[in-house]
Design a binder for this molecule. Sequence first.
Ligand code: ADE
Ligand code: ZN
Length: 318
Amino acid sequence: MIPMKKIELHLHLEGAAPPDFIRSIAAEKRIDLSGVFDAQGHYSYSDFDDFLRCYDDATSVLKTPRDYARLLTEVLAQSAEEGVIYTELFVSPEFCGGGDLQAWRDYLAAMTEAAEAGRAQGVDSRAIVTPLRHLGHERARKTAICAAETAGDWVTGFGLAGQETNGKATDYQWSFDCAREAGLGLTCHAGEWVGPESVRQALDLGVSRIGHGVRAIEDPALVRELAQREITLEVNPGSNIALGVYPDLASHPIARLADAGVRVTVSTDDPPFFHTTLRQEYDRLAETFGWGDTEFVQINRWAAEAAFCDEATRDRLR
Ligand code: ADE
Ligand code: ZN
């Protein structure tokens, strides 16, 4: 019933790191990771700010281009197991060399090799270069320059992540303009922790996609606008439930958004942090909303239309 071949548009590279992978790198480097894992060995955090802290602490063990290449290899292998044929990964120069362009190029060279190996094994990938909202718009400019200077075969997108309550998306206009001029596709996390006004601010940046965007449901006029403008939402139901944006899938707006004609897609965001997998997301949508072939084919078609890739790749994904 559920199609085997899936497209995932919203996956944070570090957020996809299995706990065992982070533990083994920490052990190699003799780094103390107290506060990152609970007694069961799972990532441990109490709320979204604490999740960002835990994410940063886990990521702090990744210190070299080789570490990132190993991580990408691992994550693409996981994607293959989930039946993913194409994935877009949020990758941040903030973590890969602290925003320095030459360092970012070194990380990118290592990751590009891993991405090519992944493609040979059936998972095509692209990178969305990611500034972090909690670090502010000045730092984002450096990230935008890294993105613009390395736009090409693998780096095809630019997208703001991080703490949505920190400032407005439109504070990042310069960075988004810089990325657009370099030919990058644009997306922005919004409508996760803040309501419809945050989604409108992201739209003002000229994005074609919104990361999450689910709280648009609170404003019917905005829902109509998203549908009419064919804006694609990168929806991560398991993430929203694990972080407490919604109490359960039955109350999650994904099906209502789809019914209203909004182009929704399904991703996992940071799967081991949220104890989920892409298969599990599909299974739960099938159980909760009765989604079957028709809906899953549709969301993957919308994902193909919205992917930040060349037209030949898009034709293969359709
Ligand atoms: N970075 C990793 N996961 C995120 C999320 N769900 N929202 C914002 N930034 C993130
Ligand atoms: Zn995200």
